[in-house]
Every structure is written in structure tokens, then in C-alpha cells.
Design a protein. Structure first.
Length: 186
């Protein structure tokens, strides 16, 4: 399993890693797998309670994040959902590795998740490492290509570059082509 190999390599350097995953079932399967290997890991997603809900016992989002950020805590793997924690979490002081187990088409969440381990004005001297797992004969490559196009368009807007009229709607054509490649009859 490539995920296990990557995590082991990062552990070999005694460093922390955040694993981004969009699907709750997959988050829990990844956690279960690493727990069998005796890896201290936690899952952070929408159902993780926040401290405002007055949770007396157990792990809250804030406690879990603080434990992960503590270099001595032993919690070295955070398995997180970008929809629940791509914003408002700064991990850049103790974590410099992010593995993308899967991706969604949500460009804003993707860009925010990238920034969790790299912050302007705080981590320029520490290199951030991003790893993207992609399965053969799956939609993973097409999702990544789609995200790349969206990122370029977003940066174009930020740089005051307006898309040319002939490029409007191109992403829909690319998605249709991707589905045709994946589901064509052989």
C-alpha cells in the first residue's frame, strides 16, 4: 500500500504527516489500518466535536489539533477531511508533509488544505512536501487536471487576467472527455 510506504518513510525521519481524504468511510478505514500497525493516528472530520459544544470528556477538534501540533505527543498522523478542516488550522510549525489520498473537485478546499502546512509569513524556511496518490484506470488524474485548471483560473482572476471568451465552458468538455475515457466500452 503506497500510503503506508509514504507514512513509514516520513516516520523514518521522525516527522509528522497529515493525510487528506474526502470520504468518511475511507477516513475510518485508513485509521483502522494504521491502528493495526500500532501507529498513533486520529481522524478529524465534520463529526469531530468542537469545544463550544461543551464536551467534557473525549477528543474535541481543538484538543486533537493541539495534540498533533505538540512535537512530543506521539500523535504523528492526522487523517483529515478538507471540508471540515481545510481552513483555520495552522500545522506548519510541526508538520511539513501532506498526503492526498483522494481529491474532490472543490478547488477552494484544495487550496486551503495546501496552506495548512505552509504559511506565508511563517514557514518560508521550511520546505513543505505534498504527495498525491493516484490509481490507474480511475478518475484521479482527471480530478487533478480539473483542479489544476481551476487553480490557474483563480490565480488568473487574482492577477487581473480575464479568461478569453473561447475558454469559457472548456472545463465541462474536459469532464465529459474524462468520463468517456473511463467508461468507454472496450
Amino acid at each position: 500500500m503506497e500510503l503506508e510506504k509514504l507514512v513509514s518513510k516520513i516516520f523514518g525521519r521522525k516527522e509528522k504527516v497529515v493525510v487528506w481524504c474526502n470520504f468518511i468511510g475511507a477516513l475510518k478505514l485508513i485509521q483502522k489500518h494504521f491502528q493495526k500497525l500500532k501507529v498513533d493516528c486520529e481522524v478529524l472530520y465534520g463529526e469531530t466535536p468542537v469545544e463550544q459544544t461543551s464536551v467534557e470528556q473525549g477528543e474535541t477538534r481543538e484538543r486533537l489539533i493541539n495534540r498533533f501540533k505538540d512535537a512530543k505527543s506521539g500523535l504523528d498522523v492526522l487523517i483529515a477531511n478538507p471540508g471540515a478542516c481545510a481552513e483555520s488550522i495552522s500545522l506548519h510549525k510541526t508538520c511539513h508533509h501532506a498526503i492526498y489520498y483522494d481529491l474532490s473537485y472543490n478547488c477552494a478546499q484544495y487550496l486551503q488544505s495546501l496552506d495548512r502546512i505552509h504559511r506565508v509569513g511563517g514557514s518560508e524556511t521550511q520546505e513543505a512536501h505534498y504527495y498525491f496518490l493516484q490509481n490507474k484506470n480511475a478518475i484521479d488524474r482527471d480530478v487533478m487536471d480539473n483542479l489544476d485548471r481551476k487553480v490557474q483560473k483563480m490565480f488568473g482572476v487574482l492577477d487581473d487576467k480575464v479568461p478569453q471568451p473561447d475558454s469559457v465552458g472548456d472545463e465541462n468538455q474536459e469532464e465529459i472527455k474524462a468520463y468517456e475515457r473511463l467508461f468507454k466500452a472496450d
